[in-house]
Design a protein around this ligand. Structure first.
Ligand code: TYD
Length: 214
């Protein structure tokens, strides 16, 4: 691809992290900062982000803890992602827009692959089938100490977290460890961003972490 063609295509950025690290707020703030630079920015999320994937979101996040086997849960996330990529993300990038997604593949690797025990390789295989292995240009991993994140999530959700958010502390410790491991494996794509401090400070760090893509 030539530099000119490269510039005409948008960039795909995912925000990742455990529960309560402030991803959703920061996604909105980063989108605004990029728009202020004159870019067209689409904000999206997983599971969801297209009509089909939003339908699958309800299946994944509602109902009994034991509703799905680990395998079925991973397949549903991969199916939702396949629809999201084909129907929302790729068309927006082809139109020259930037796409910011609240979670993407790495959440499946950390939750279903790491904490859920299926392994990263299996999740990557599902992603290969569903989305031809499509990856973000940059993945921003927001990190907070576990206790601070649990406090923030509890304030937000009260006692009624969703099917996955409400899993125990061991599960979430497994998620955090898996995120750190994937970030170490792919230093080109990942930036680990400290999520402590004021919202303004965190947004500045995120903006700096995509500066080379502008
Ligand atoms: P959401 O309400 O979007 O939570 P959050 O604000 O924490 O992002 O719910 C998404 C939940 O789904 C969250 O608990 C993480 C989980 N999840 C997975 O387990 N695997 C995945 O691939 C994705 C995208 C999300």
């Amino acid at each position: 691809m030539t530099a000119r063609e490269g510039r005409s295509r948008g960039r795909f950025i995912s925000l990742e992290g455990g529960e309560g690290v402030g991803k959703s707020t920061q996604l909105r703030r980063l989108a605004k900062a990029l728009r202020d630079r004159g870019l067209e920015v689409v904000e999206t999320r997983e599971p969801g982000g297209s009509p089909g994937a939003e339908s699958i979101r309800g299946l994944l996040l509602q109902g009994e803890q034991e509703r799905w086997t680990a395998e079925a849960e991973a397949l549903l996330f991969a199916a939702a992602r396949a629809d999201h990529v084909a129907r929302s993300i790729r068309p927006a990038l082809d139109a020259g827009k930037w796409v910011l997604s609240d979670r993407f593949l790495d959440s499946s690797i950390a939750y279903q692959g790491g904490a859920g025990g299926l392994g990263a390789a299996t999740i990557r295989q599902l992603h290969q089938v569903g989305s031809h292995g499509f990856l973000p240009d940059r993945t921003l991993l927001l990190q907070l100490p576990a206790e601070a994140a649990a406090d923030r999530a509890a304030k937000r959700d009260g006692d009624a977290g969703d099917r996955i958010g409400s899993r125990g502390a061991d599960y979430h410790a497994g998620v955090a460890a898996a995120f750190r491991a994937i970030a170490d494996e792919e230093p080109q794509r990942f930036r680990i961003v400290d999520a402590s401090g004021t919202a303004e400070q965190v947004t500045e760090r995120l903006f700096a972490a995509v500066g080379d893509l502008l």
